[in-house]
Design a protein around this ligand. Sequence first.
Ligand SMILES: [Fe+2]
Length: 238
Amino acid sequence: MTIDFHSHILPCLDDGSSSVEESLHLLDIMAQNGTDVVVCTPHFYCHEISISSFLSARQNSYEQLKPYLKPEHPKILLGSEVLYSSKLNQLDDLKKLCIQGTNYLLLEMPYLRLSGQMIDAVSDLVDCGKVKVLIAHIERYLNFTDYSDLEELMSLDVLGQLNANSFLDRKTKRICFKLMNQGFVQVIGSDMHHENRGVPVNKAYTVIEKKYGSDKISRIEESGKRLLNDMETYEVIL
Ligand SMILES: [Fe+2]
């Protein structure tokens, strides 16, 4: 089962799909590329919007799309991509932003050097027990921070997600493999915003299979299923 853990395909919510037609086109592309389940993760910025307003906007967007969904489209799960803030663990309803049916929160770190303070705040978020943490596109932060900082972040009790398109570039592919070898990566996402921004998860699977063999794909798929079953972080890390 191919699960896409990160996408911006709900219409008119963020910098992703700008219409129902575009969302349907992106879902067609995913279906043609073998995606079975897609987690829709519109951006959530706690300094811009309340959780309740975000959730009603997301529901409205989904309701607009729903009548046009086809049986061949991937199954849609609702979620969000929550930008880091030191105040996240003070939000009462934070759990409502998690991937549908789970207590896993897709957390986006800021595009800055990862400071000790940020890593401590993520650690506090994990320890507060309200949510479990899946760090979004972990490879991307290496444009802004040292490898050792990312290593420190990923050594917390968190899971890691990579973007599929990072496997299609020679330089970022090497970084992805390094992160996978260190056990920091459990799941893949398309991070699809538009037809030309983000690629389906199976594009990464092809590259991963060539490097590690099909067993690795089975493990990623199993980790994904465990995550969606809301198993504990250590049970998702295979
Ligand atoms: Fe994203």
